[in-house]
Design a protein around this ligand. Structure first.
Ligand code: HEC
Length: 93
C-alpha cells in the first residue's frame, strides 16, 4: 500500500515536468518549422485555399514526422502568407 502511495506521489510530481516540456515546444518558430520540414522535400509549396491547406498539412505532417505544435505553427504560417487575405472583402471596401 505504501508503495502505491509513493508511486502516485511520483506521478503527481512528474506532471509539471511534462507540462513544462509541452509549453516549451509550443514556442516553435513557424518559419523554421516550415523550412526544416517542408523544404526538405519541396523547393516551394504553392498556395491552396485555407481548407485545402489544412488537409495538406495534416497529410504532410505524417510524411515530415512533425509534432502537433510544428504542424499547427506551419498551418498558421501558411494561412498568414495566403493571398486570400489580401483579396478579402475588407481590402476591397
Ligand atoms: C518526406 C518528404 C515530404 C515532406 C517533408 C513534405 N512533403 Fe509535401 N509532398 C511530398 C510528396 C511525395 C508529395 C506528393 C503527393 C503525395 O503523395 O502525398 C507531396 C505533396 C504536397 C503537396 C501537393 C502537391 C504540390 O506539390 O502542390 C503540397 C501542397 C505539399 N506537399 C505541401 C507540403 C508542406 C506544407 C509540407 C510541410 C509541412 C510538406 N509538404 C512536407 C513529400 C513531402
Amino acid at each position: 500500500m505504501k508503495n502505491l502511495l509513493t508511486f502516485l506521489l511520483l506521478c503527481l510530481t512528474a506532471l509539471p515536468v511534462v507540462a513544462g516540456n509541452n509549453s516549451a515546444k509550443a514556442t516553435v518558430d513557424p518559419d523554421d518549422a516550415y523550412k526544416n520540414n517542408c523544404m526538405r522535400c519541396h523547393s516551394a509549396v504553392r498556395q491552396y485555399s485555407p481548407h485545402m491547406t489544412a488537409t495538406i498539412v495534416m497529410h504532410m505532417r505524417v510524411r515530415a514526422n512533425m509534432t502537433a505544435e510544428e504542424s499547427q505553427a506551419i498551418l498558421q504560417y501558411l494561412a498568414d502568407s495566403s493571398p486570400a487575405k489580401v483579396t478579402s472583402s475588407e481590402a476591397t471596401k
